[in-house]
Design a binder for this molecule. Sequence first.
Ligand SMILES: [Zn+2]
Length: 280
Amino acid sequence: MPKFRKDAKRFAEVLLGTEPFAKYKDKFSIRAVETPSPQSGVNHPHQDIHTRSALSVTYGAFNSQRYALGYDNKKIRDAAAAVPYEFTAILMNDSIYGGGGIYNLYITAAVNNAFQEYLFVHEFGHHFADLADEYYTSATAYEMNTESKEPWELNVTANPDPETIKWKDIVTPGTPIPTPWDKKKYDKHSIEVQKKRVEMRKAKVPEKVMEKFFIEKRKWDTELLSNMKYSNNVGAFEGAQYKAKGMYRSAANCIMFTRHDQFCPACQRAIKLIIDQYTK
Ligand SMILES: [Zn+2]
């Protein structure tokens, strides 16, 4: 429990240090609820690790190795009911990369991984503001329809029309819509990385090796995505929500796209709307 309290405090600070949460941090109150488990860590069916934890959280949700959820909602609500709450984060005392976040339900996040802070904030974006994933090259547990209908999430669009795009009012003046970016280069590298990731998971390499691999990928992504002509502009960048074509995100990089540390302007605005809904 002392470790849990320390972890909870750290994640609260990370979240409230990320914009736009940082700007409105006085409007948040965060409480930690202690739920001791008989064993350390959570269940990992893909790795033959079988653990029973207080909230029955398990990796391998929807047969995705990195996706962690708890299916016993009553148990989760009973624990959370110790305090008044609107949003819920379940910290997993685990070192294997993973987590999950569902709008208005809860998030899970591993806390002993090199990417723990990114994971927490990314999943919280799903849970708090229904942000869509902006990535599209990694394997997911979902099958998306092939038509590009306009999604309801505020950070992705199937409508790259400069006159009617849903974040029209925040487009940086002079930015072409759709916005050119080094997509070919990004896709080629990302697809290779994803293949290798699957092989490494199959071979059950140590988590530290996976972390090193993800750190290199993040470095590569950051270098490419922050040095393009429109890197700092709001526009419509093709590739989002599991689709390489026909779906667009508002900025070159975002915490919902890569393991970046900031939300893009469309995500920030969506979060702000929810903050207003609860606090105004
Ligand atoms: Zn975003």
